[in-house]
Design a protein around this ligand. Structure first.
Ligand SMILES: Nc1nc2c(ncn2[C@@H]2O[C@H](COP(=O)(O)OP(=O)(O)OP(=O)(O)O)[C@@H](O)[C@H]2O)c(=O)[nH]1
Ligand SMILES: [Mg+2]
Ligand SMILES: [Zn+2]
Length: 286
């Protein structure tokens, strides 16, 4: 059996990179829970085609989920770069959900505020200061400018770019890995919405060392797979106050003597983050 790494996933067809080059593989039967970044064992079925026989145990897996199914994003990551931008618009709930997913999957995070060349970015930069204070590493970049600092964060790691559609993930990738020909689309200004351009995750090699996975922009980031305990643990402001509430099983909704609600009162926890936490905890059953 040959071994390689999944560098692209298109439904049930996968591109596997191995010592022998790129091989297009299918899976046996209906199995399709394989994702970009996976290390697999495969067998050749043709001169340039193969079948995946085995998926190696994952170091971690970034995915989202709704009530019905999971949507895998990428596996075996050293870093998730959560890209945000003020244009077309900043979606804070999506950022929070991305951070929660990364925290609960044990994936280090870098928040990248892109489009620093646009005047709208300054206000968002100030707002994101809250996230820096929570301990999230953060950089401000322009895909059209100098990317040396971002490059340094990516050096010799396997990283993924995630975030809303239109924030500039593919543009960043193209600037970092000139060999990548990921399509970048022009935003439809008329609709003030990002046009969904990237449709499949794809892994590229960075010239200086390291690999970068581009992923399709998301509208929603479902977290139905989390437990309530995992959710609480994925909010640094809540994690840091564990054991400080009057009730040991406090869910930080409206219980008296709640340390988290007190932090929201004094501004130590952002109201937006408390709101997202409370709506999420209400959706999780255990
Ligand atoms: N002004 C400015 N525009 C940018 C920058 N980065 C990307 N853009 C523009 O933003 C638009 C969307 O960029 P994409 O790279 O396609 O965004 P994406 O995040 O890959 O979007 P999806 O593939 O839909 O998830 C394009 O018109 C880019 O030219 C930047 O740093 N500054
Ligand atoms: Mg894209
Ligand atoms: Zn509480």
């Amino acid at each position: 059996m040959l071994t390689g790494r999944v560098v692209a996933a298109h439904g049930r067809r996968f591109l596997i990179e191995s010592g022998a080059g790129i091989v297009e593989c299918v899976t046996r039967g209906r199995k399709s829970d394989i994702v970009c970044g996976d290390r697999v064992g495969f067998a050749m079925t043709d001169a340039d085609k193969g079948v995946i026989e085995k998926v190696a145990a994952r170091q971690n897996l970034l995915y989202r989920s709704d009530d019905f199914r999971s949507k895998l994003i990428a596996a075996n990551l050293d870093l998730a770069v959560v890209v945000v931008a003020a244009v077309p618009y900043f979606r804070e709930e999506l950022l929070i959900r991305c951070l929660v997913a990364c925290e609960s999957a044990n994936i280090p995070v870098l928040i990248a505020l892109n489009k620093s060349d646009l005047p709208e970015t300054a206000a968002l930069h100030r707002h994101l200061d809250t996230y820096a204070r929570l301990g999230y590493a953060q950089i401000i970049v322009s895909a059209r400018g100098d990317l040396a600092e971002l490059q340094a964060h990516l050096l010799d790691k396997t990283s993924v770019l995630v975030g809303a559609s239109g924030v500039g993930k593919s543009t960043l990738l193209n600037a970092l890995a000139p060999a990548a020909n990921a399509a970048t689309g022009e935003i439809s200004l008329a609709l003030d919405a990002g046009k969904h351009t990237t449709t499949n995750a794809r892994l590229f090699h960075l010239p200086g060392g390291g690999d970068l996975i581009d992923s399709p922009g998301m509208q929603e980031f479902g977290l139905q797979h989390l437990t309530q305990a995992a959710l609480m643990n994925a909010f640094p402001e809540i994690r840091d106050r564990a054991g400080q509430c009057r009730f040991y099983n406090c869910r930080h909704l409206k219980e008296p003597g709640c340390a988290v609600l007190a932090a929201a009162q004094t501004g130590e926890m952002l109201p937006n983050r408390l709101r997202v936490y409370q709506s999420l905890i209400g959706q999780l059953s255990s």
